[in-house]
Design a protein. Structure first.
Length: 255
């Protein structure tokens, strides 16, 4: 698996997540290829082989994974980002989650367009505001995916995108914004089973584990409990889905 971090000042948080990945033997080794990925036929031959340097076992399968799944990564990295803004009108129709059949049709066309445009990797935003684009144990469903906070998903949109992208031979990385959370006007709609809502309701943790700046809440990584939530969310993605990388980018932490 890959973990990307572009903010040196928050290296400690990235290192904590990376330590988790190492402890679970999710290690990426860059393979060697002699030619670039220029044609569709070359995509398969230029896949980077992912091996575990700490044991002889294959990557363990989690929920939704196949035994011995080998992540798909390319030496010639050509990536397209799919943000929540790109996808919000695909996820939602008429103020609610789009019907599953309609979403599958859009998802297949989107990844086909990405491939036809010459890309081999898609980076899908799954956690923009301390929420989730897939059913999560740790984070509420995003309003971008269901129309509003407080709603559960009728199906898993990220699983559909992942399956469609892999069917086209694309590498898929899950993209998380680790600290930015929802607006002050939205957080009270989040279910009380989620830690972020519990921290908001508790006067001892509101303003400590989560902080409000200009009407938006942020997770405060100065505290172990908050860092553990972020790591648990990363763990969940890696165990639940056959993603080919974990992309940690755009921290959006106020300063």
């Amino acid at each position: 698996m890959k973990l990307f971090s572009r903010v040196p000042g928050l290296a400690a948080l990235a290192a904590a997540a990376l330590m988790f990945l190492v402890s679970c033997s999710f290690i990426t080794q860059r393979g060697k290829t002699e030619k670039k990925v220029d044609t569709e036929s070359e995509m398969a031959s230029d896949k980077i082989k992912i091996t575990d340097t700490t044991s002889s076992e294959t990557i363990p399968a989690g929920e939704g994974q196949t035994v011995g799944y080998i992540p798909v990564n390319y030496e010639d990295f050509k990536a397209m980002w799919l943000s929540q803004f790109d996808m919000q009108n695909i996820y939602v129709s008429g103020g609610r989650q789009r019907d599953e059949a309609g979403f599958k049709t859009y998802a297949k066309q989107i990844v086909k367009n990405i491939k036809n445009a010459g890309f081999n990797t898609v980076i899908v935003q799954v956690r923009p505001y301390a929420d989730s684009m897939y059913p999560s144990e740790y984070y509420p469903m995003s309003s971008m995916a269901t129309g509003s906070y407080g709603r559960q998903a009728d199906y898993d949109p990220f699983a559909i995108i992942l399956e469609a992208a892999h069917a086209e031979g694309l590498s898929v990385q899950a993209w998380i914004n680790p600290m930015r959370a929802m607006l002050d006007s939205e957080i009270s709609s989040v279910g009380k089973q989620y830690l972020i809502r519990q921290w908001y309701d508790d006067t001892a943790t509101r303003g400590k584990y989560i902080v409000n700046v200009s009407g938006r809440w942020y997770l405060n990584p100065a505290y172990e409990q908050v860092r553990q939530l972020i790591i648990n969310g990363a763990r969940e993605i890696l165990e639940k889905y056959e993603v080919d990388g974990l992309h940690m980018d755009d921290y959006f932490y106020p300063y």
